[in-house]
Design a protein around this ligand. Structure first.
Ligand SMILES: NC(=O)C1=CN([C@@H]2O[C@H](COP(=O)(O)OP(=O)(O)OC[C@H]3O[C@@H](n4cnc5c(N)ncnc54)[C@H](O)[C@@H]3O)[C@@H](O)[C@H]2O)C=CC1
Ligand SMILES: O=C(O)C(=O)Cc1ccc(O)cc1
Length: 361
């Protein structure tokens, strides 16, 4: 692929454009808000000038409700050899395109399984998709050349291609993305009117559970509107778990010893089923979850501290597998948790101590 056109230069479009530009592809950037395209260009994602002729691949990265219309316009204008979208739902947009009577041989629906609660080009990074699944939904009508262009994009983004049927994809993301999003919002909503004294105690657990609740509601109304059935089915399963859990907790309040034991069994059941489900969540780069050891470092909340820790770890020859940062409420300090292979933990601890870092046991 030599040239590409990214339409919709928000988080996903700009991240893909940055990855393509880094691999030497000439990227043209287009957005109905020209300021967004200008910002993406300023970040090094390409040029906001229109291409002279058809590009190799058009990447449509606009909110799901606009995907079919934007694709139809691009295809009718003949702006590219191949077309793809990255929307979080796949069945609806395809059916909309079919109903517009377009020839879909040059189109493939795709979905990178990576993103964030942030939106817009300023949140974009070239490595956003690295090691993450990128779903491709070709049909028997999809041109091989177009499938190859999509695979090239996925490879430039260093993502892992996964081929699926569009409706099977939508059922799968209902489980791993859409339902969890609503549950996260519902947990976060409990905090809206909670007392300040309670909210200030928030720790890492509630931060983990509510991170995605900070996402743009307009985008998520679009996503959920395109996949309501599978999400509703899953939420009703959760509702029945909730009913049973409430019953078990009420039983734990009882004065009757037998009832309390039943309550305890009920709670244990949901916790154990949670352990079993969590154990199936793939780790970094889609591999099995890994038991890393944590080295916790206290830092001043100042710019450059993280970069220094990473540089010091690098000098000690340690690969940091994952990182977490916890900020202490109302204080100018934070706790950085570095996840490393167990045998690397004592080496890293010693190396960081030697360089003056305060390690928390
Ligand atoms: N946010 C995430 O984590 C993920 C999002 N997606 C999908 O990627 C797509 C884009 O999402 P984000 O980049 O997060 O959103 P975003 O809000 O960061 O960017 C969307 C961009 O599209 C532009 N836009 C809207 N309507 C347009 C139109 N008619 N023509 C041209 N530009 C238009 C907006 O001005 C904005 O710059 C969505 O379809 C979403 O479902 C896929 C994977 C992850
Ligand atoms: O922020 C996260 O962890 C996400 O899961 C983001 C995300 C949002 C929408 C998608 O279609 C895919 C991924």
């Amino acid at each position: 692929m030599r040239t590409a056109l990214v339409i919709g230069t928000g988080l996903i479009g700009t991240s893909a454009a940055l990855a393509l530009a880094r691999r030497g592809v000439v990227v043209h950037l287009d957005d109905h808000d020209p300021e967004q395209a200008r910002t993406a260009a300023a970040l090094g994602a390409g040029t906001d000038k229109a291409p002279d002729g058809p590009v190799d691949l058009a990447v449509v990265a606009v909110p799901p409700a606009h995907v079919a219309r934007v694709l139809a316009e691009a295809m009718r204008g003949g702006v590219a050899r191949g077309y793809l979208d990255v929307a979080s739902v796949k069945g609806g947009p395809r059916r909309e395109l079919e109903s517009l009577g377009l020839d879909l041989t040059a189109y493939i629906g795709t979905h990178p399984m990576s993103g964030s609660e942030k939106s817009g080009p300023l949140a974009a990074t070239a490595d956003l998709f690295e090691g993450r699944p990128w779903v491709l939904t070709p049909t028997q009508d999809t041109d091989t050349e177009v499938l190859n262009l999509a695979l090239e994009l996925v490879s430039h983004c260093r993502a892992v291609p996964v081929v699926m049927d569009a409706d099977a994809h939508d059922r799968a993301v209902a489980l791993v993305s859409h339902m969890p999003h609503l549950v996260s919002s519902m947990v976060a909503a409990r905090l809206e009117n909670a007392e300040e004294a309670a909210v200030r105690l928030c720790g890492q657990g509630i931060r983990d559970v509510t991170r995605i609740a900070a996402s743009d509601p307009r985008m998520w109304i679009d996503i959920l509107s395109a996949n309501p059935g599978p999400v509703a089915d899953l939420l009703s399963e959760i509702a029945s778990d909730l009913d049973e859990t409430v019953r078990a907790l009420r039983a734990l309040q009882s004065a009757d010893e037998v009832k309390r034991r039943e309550g305890s069994t009920g709670i244990e059941d949901v916790l154990r089923r949670g352990n079993a489900g969590r154990a199936r969540v793939p780790g970094k780069h889609g591999t099995a979850p890994h038991a890393y050891e944590v080295v916790a470092v206290l830092i001043d909340d100042q710019p450059g501290q993280l970069a220094r820790i990473f540089a010091d770890a690098g000098m000690a020859g340690i690969n940091i597998e994952d990182v977490r940062i916890e900020h202490a409420t109302g204080q100018q300090i934070g706790l950085v948790q570095l996840m490393v292979e167990p045998k690397a933990a004592p080496v890293l601890t010693a190396a960081l101590r030697e360089r003056g870092w305060s390690i928390r046991q």
